[in-house]
Every structure is written in C-alpha cells, then in structure tokens.
Design a protein around this ligand. Structure first.
Ligand SMILES: CC(C)(COP(=O)(O)OP(=O)(O)OC[C@H]1O[C@@H](n2cnc3c(N)ncnc32)[C@H](O)[C@@H]1OP(=O)(O)O)[C@@H](O)C(=O)NCCC(=O)NCCS
Length: 184
C-alpha cells in the first residue's frame, strides 16, 4: 500500500500529465517492460488527435456519453508517479460500467502504488459514480499488470488471440472485469 497522495487531475494540469504519459509510453515493449499499449515501439506516444477528446471527457458529466476522470499520485517533489483513469463505455445501455486504464512510473513500481490507484478508482466508482462494474483490456503478454489486476479483484472474461500484429509480433488481448456491487 503506497502512501503517496492520489488526487483528481484538473484540466489545467493536462500538459504536465501528457509529458508524464509520453515518457511512460516510451518504455512500451522496451528492455524488461512488456508491451502494455497496442502501439509499435517507435510510435509509442499519446496520439495527438486523441488529446482533445481526452480533455473534453474530463469535463463531461457522469450522466453523459464520453465522460472520463483521471487521478494522479504525486511524489514529494510534485512529479507524477502514477495514474489511473476511468471512462464511459462507448456502447449505449452500459452506463452501469466503466473502463479502466493505468500506469506507474518506472521509478515507483513494486511499491504498492498500482494497488492503491485501483483501490482509489474503485472506491470512487462505487461510492460516487454508483457503478456496478469496472472493465479493462490488457495485452496478454503484460504479466505484471495481469497479476496486479487479479490481486485487486479482476477476473478474466475472455481473450482474443492475435488481435494485434505489432513489431512483427502477434499479440493477444485479455478482457477482465471487477464487480463492485458486492462492495458495501
Ligand atoms: C503494471 C503496473 C501498473 C504495476 O504497478 P505497481 O505499482 O508496480 O504495482 P504494485 O506495486 O501495486 O504491485 C501489486 C502486485 O501486482 C503484481 N505485480 C506488479 N508488478 C509485477 C511484476 N513486475 N511481476 C509480477 N507481478 C507483479 C504483484 O502481485 C504485486 O504484489 P507484490 O509486489 O507484493 O508481489 C506497472 O508495472 C506499470 O505501470 N507497468 C507499465 C504500464 C502498464 O502495464 N499499465 C497497465 C496496462 S495498460
């Protein structure tokens, strides 16, 4: 369990967040880090054309399509150590569920921060947004993330083999869900 404070990302801090995210994405599929985003190694940046929709989602009310909320954990010097985000499903009639994305900076891994970020997001999803499920998709090669999700109450619901062909590899995608409506 990490003790770094976790706070909602304000729209004004988005550029700071984007710098952190692009640095984080530069690890994708490199060295000891498994692929964690379905992006080629040399193109592992946050797509510029998605930035507007991402920011708009942070301002969208929870009862409207396209909402998104982002929380960041900050180290003592103020730099972002990790993030978690929840967003609406794109399908209609799925407003009782949301999708999760997350990451922890390479300097802050294995300290319990990933677990704390999931716990924070799950508490908000249940207590504030009254949601019943959190869903996610994760590359099947990303064993650290799958272990983290299992440990925090996510169960596998499916797997699509060979969904992505990236950098000459065939990558499967695993779907997982965490039930919230059993939590008091
Ligand atoms: C996956 C990730 C978020 C884990 O964050 P973290 O803060 O290191 O996770 P925690 O310290 O809370 O780990 C909790 C548990 O998850 C599992 N886990 C985490 N990293 C692991 C690893 N490298 N290998 C095996 N299990 C791992 C372990 O069960 C761990 O408990 P333990 O340390 O007591 O053994 C982090 O490695 C990361 O950001 N990776 C790159 C981006 C990514 O994969 N994002 C998620 C998918 S998009």
């Amino acid at each position: 369990m990490s003790h770094l404070p976790i706070d909602l990302l304000e729209p004004a801090d988005f550029d700071d967040f984007l710098r952190y995210l692009n640095d984080h994405l530069s690890d994708n599929g490199r060295g000891d880090t498994a692929y964690f985003q379905p992006l080629p190694r040399d193109d592992s940046r946050f797509p510029a054309d998605k930035a507007d929709a991402f920011q708009a989602g942070m301002r969208t009310p929870l009862d409207a399509p396209g909402w998104r909320r982002v929380w960041v954990a900050r180290a003592e010097d103020g730099r972002i150590a990790g993030h978690v985000d929840l967003r609406a499903h794109p399908e209609r009639h799925a407003t009782h569920r949301c999708l999760l994305g997350m990451g922890v900076d390479r300097a802050f891994r294995r300290l319990g921060l990933g677990g704390s970020l999931i716990e924070h997001a799950a508490h908000w999803a249940r207590a504030s947004a009254r949601l019943d499920w959190i869903d996610l998709q994760v590359l099947s090669v990303n064993a650290p993330a799958i272990a983290l999700y299992r440990r925090n109450g996510f169960e596998q619901t499916g797997e699509i083999p060979d969904l992505f062909r990236i950098d000459g590899q065939r990558l499967a995608y695993t779907s997982m869900s965490k039930r919230l409506d059993t939590v008091k």
